[in-house]
Design a protein around this ligand. Structure first.
Ligand code: HEC
Ligand code: HEC
Ligand code: HEC
Ligand code: HEC
Length: 234
């Protein structure tokens, strides 16, 4: 009996482990994040990232498409070689899927919060809990717990997957489908991370209250927080 139990418990533990390893965090969509981060969400709505699907529609940005040898009359909104970089989480189970209707709760048909911050199913509630802990017990939470929950702090890598993924790019992980808009088509498509991440193309930044502490602190944070706005009163 003891042997059996040992083996049984061993198998159960193994199943738990493989499930934990296999269960990648899921995309929850912009609306969930916006509930607590209203200010960033309102500002993000005005960015090109929030409207990236527009560019894939026929007749939109016709001159730019011609220059990149694309067909301006074609509908690219259901093209698997295009949507990967113009939506959130394409190619994963919880992400954008071909033919998905625009305007849904999750707004996956945009380059949404989770395209840069990581799929949020495991950290969305943790953010709220950590804030309560700070308010109740004046206790901050180690930021590394967020890494374990799938939150991304390597923004440069996230940007690169879309912005440096073209033929002839110095980005080592570049692979098809490539972006048609390369510096070869027009120098304005050259991507410089440092300039881009501090530009108006990003949502506005608001002062953090220190709910989280410790590494990993993104390299750009100090500068962006220095110029960040006060959050409007809740
Ligand atoms: C229940 C409310 C809530 C939800 C839902 C939520 N957050 Fe947060 N988030 C917070 C709070 C509170 C903080 C801590 C802010 C502070 O320190 O001032 C935070 C912190 C952050 C930070 C900064 C973390 C750091 O390094 O200090 C980012 C980035 C962020 N949230 C993005 C998101 C994204 C993306 C989503 C959606 C997937 C999301 N949040 C969902 C409440 C929430
Ligand atoms: C999921 C893919 C994806 C990710 C991740 C991504 N972008 Fe973009 N980005 C796009 C697309 C697509 C556009 C063009 C949107 C359009 O005009 O249709 C764009 C546009 C831009 C522009 C030009 C905006 C304008 O107003 O002309 C800048 C600058 C930019 N992104 C910076 C960044 C930075 C910095 C990061 C990382 C922190 C990043 N992007 C992450 C896909 C992405
Ligand atoms: C590997 C990622 C990626 C793929 C695949 C991709 N794009 Fe994009 N696309 C981008 C990025 C990044 C930008 C923003 C470039 C910038 O402004 O620097 C962009 C911008 C655009 C723009 C706006 C250009 C402008 O000057 O405003 C159009 C139109 C566009 N893409 C159409 C398409 C079409 C059509 C396809 C498929 C044939 C496609 N994209 C595939 C990443 C991608
Ligand atoms: C194109 C990439 C990108 C997208 C899309 C994006 N963010 Fe961010 N976000 C950043 C960067 C870069 C920072 C600044 C670095 C830092 O301090 O972590 C940041 C910072 C934050 C912070 C920290 C406080 C602040 O204001 O700087 C919060 C909270 C946040 N984002 C929430 C969101 C939410 C909510 C969405 C969607 C509505 C979103 N982000 C969409 C790139 C992005």
């Amino acid at each position: 009996m003891k042997r059996f139990l040992q083996r049984f418990l061993g198998a159960a533990a193994l199943i738990c482990l493989t499930q934990a390893a296999g269960a990648a965090p899921a995309f929850v969509g912009v609306t969930v994040c916006a509930k607590c981060h209203e200010a960033q969400a309102a500002s993000w709505k005005g960015t090109a990232h929030a409207k990236a699907m527009e560019s894939l529609k026929p007749g939109i940005k016709a001159e730019e498409k011609k220059k990149a040898k694309l067909d301006p009359a074609k509908d690219y909104t259901k093209d698997k070689d295009c949507v990967g970089c113009h939506t959130t989480g394409f190619g994963t189970r919880s992400g954008f899927a071909l033919g998905m209707k625009a305007g849904g709760e999750m707004a996956l048909e945009t380059v949404g919060c989770e395209s840069c911050h990581g799929a949020g199913s495991d950290y969305r509630d943790a953010h709220g809990e950590a804030e309560k802990k700070l308010k109740r017990a004046s206790q901050s939470t180690p930021r590394k717990t967020l890494v374990a929950q799938g939150e991304n702090f390597d923004y440069e890598r996230a940007c690169a997957a879309c912005h440096l993924n073209y033929k002839g790019s110095t980005y080592k992980a570049a692979k098809a489908p490539f972006s048609p808009f390369t510096p070869g088509v027009d120098a304005k498509y050259k991507f410089d991370y440092k300039t881009a991440v501090s530009s108006k193309a990003m949502h506005e930044h608001y002062k953090l209250k220190g709910v989280y502490t410790g590494e990993p602190v993104p390299a750009v944070r100090a500068e962006l927080q220095k110029n960040a706005k006060e959050l409007p009163d809740e």
